[in-house]
Design a binder for this molecule. Structure first.
Ligand SMILES: [Zn+2]
Length: 381
């Protein structure tokens, strides 16, 4: 339950980093059945700035979205995108194209420092204009308070699989100290309608994940997010969740930051995740990769020649706007002609696909037939 409506869980969270789910209007999102959007405090701070958004009536009004809204703190972006371009970073894989010295200074391989972390906070340069910025746990709460989302996240220090045990431990301890400062700042200044999530860190190390989950669970957060490196394989991600989730209170929402392929969705829901966000459905749509239940890995590349004169919808039986009105041949033509409508139609279908899957999962959980649904989806190949 949020001040802008309740969220039926488990739920996918659409990624609206810059205050928009790329290429879609909020009307499109409502029609798709999207329940909740996650925007990013780091990006919105750099552009257009929280003062402007607050002056325009807050992020809900600025975006024209009256449903539930989350802001991520930007810890992941600061530490992974130091220089600022969002190319293909994922949670499972080496995520930082940078090197780190023992002092925790990240740099590109050119040696130019991008991010400098100390106990008080983190300094970084804007990817837009190179201007210097400093985030502290208290400062980020202030930014997120001014943006005014329903659910906000604390600032954390995000580590990658490239970090060793020692550094991951140091960063986790710092994240915990920052969590306490953020909580104190939140309780001191926040209006009571916002909810604050703590973030569990600890990399792919069992004792660190368990220590972090216990510590964060002991604080008076309204819910919990699982952040940082989830290892370098799906098995490691499952392990991280198996270590972490039993230690978090089941009566408060648990959010997994940044995962969402079909197989992953079943795995994380099974383990008790309530909310998860992922850029994959929207990012894939923009390159013509469309989600189809019967296809290998649940996806087709609409640019393939085989779809040239295919009069069928992207997915037979799909009720999304795109499938109700257009053929594969038409969507392919739009991509080849570089028409902007291609991206919108593809994004509508991919998000509808995920929302429809989540609706099926929620019904299956209510009717106690989750395992049968999982088998129907994953056992078909
Ligand atoms: Zn469709």
């Amino acid at each position: 339950m949020t001040p802008h409506g309740s969220i039926q869980t488990p739920s996918f969270v659409a990624v609206g980093t810059q205050g928009t789910v790329k290429s879609l209007s909020v009307e499109d999102l409502r029609e798709i059945g999207n329940q909740v959007i996650i925007a990013n405090a780091y990006h919105l701070h750099l552009q257009p700035g929280e003062e402007l958004i607050e002056g325009m009536g807050g992020l809900h009004r600025f975006m024209g979205w009256q449903g539930p809204l989350i802001t991520d703190s930007g810890g992941f972006q600061i530490f992974s995108l130091g220089a600022g371009k969002e190319h293909g970073v994922g949670k499972i894989a080496p995520i930082f194209p940078v090197e780190q010295d023992r002092g925790g200074h990240l740099s590109w391989k050119t040696g130019k420092p991008l991010v400098k972390v100390d106990d008080d906070g983190v300094e970084f340069v804007s990817y837009l204009d190179g201007s210097p910025h400093r985030f502290t746990p208290e400062g980020v709460i202030e930014i997120e308070k001014r943006l005014g989302a329903d659910v906000i996240l604390v600032l954390d220090e995000c580590t990658s699989p490239l970090h060793d045990y020692h550094y991951t431990r140091v960063a986790m301890a710092r994240t915990h100290r920052w969590a306490l400062r953020a909580l104190e700042a939140f309780q001191r200044t926040s209006n009571s309608t916002q909810a604050l999530l703590g973030i569990v860190q600890g990399g792919a190390y069992q004792d660190l994940r368990q220590e972090s989950a216990s510590f964060i669970a002991d604080q008076t957060f309204d819910g919990y997010a699982i952040g940082g490196s989830l290892g370098s394989s799906k098995e490691e991600m499952h392990q991280v969740l198996d270590w972490t989730l039993p230690l978090l209170p089941p009566d408060k929402p648990r959010h997994l930051l940044g995962i969402g392929e079909v197989g992953d969705i079943f795995e994380v829901v099974k383990r008790g995740i309530d909310l998860f966000d992922c850029v994959a459905p929207t990012r894939m749509a923009r390159t013509g990769t469309l989600l189809v239940k019967s296809a290998k890995r649940f996806r087709i590349n609409i640019l393939n020649r085989q779809f040239k004169d295919d009069a069928r919808p992207i997915q037979e039986g799909c009720h999304c706007y795109t499938c109700c009105h257009h053929s594969r041949a038409y969507v392919r033509h739009l991509f080849l002609a570089k028409e902007v409508l291609a991206i919108r139609l593809a994004t509508v279908h991919n998000l509808y696909f995920v929302e429809s899957l989540m609706g099926q999962i929620r019904a299956a959980i209510r009717e106690r037939r989750f395992a049968a649904l999982e088998k129907e989806w994953l056992g078909q190949f």
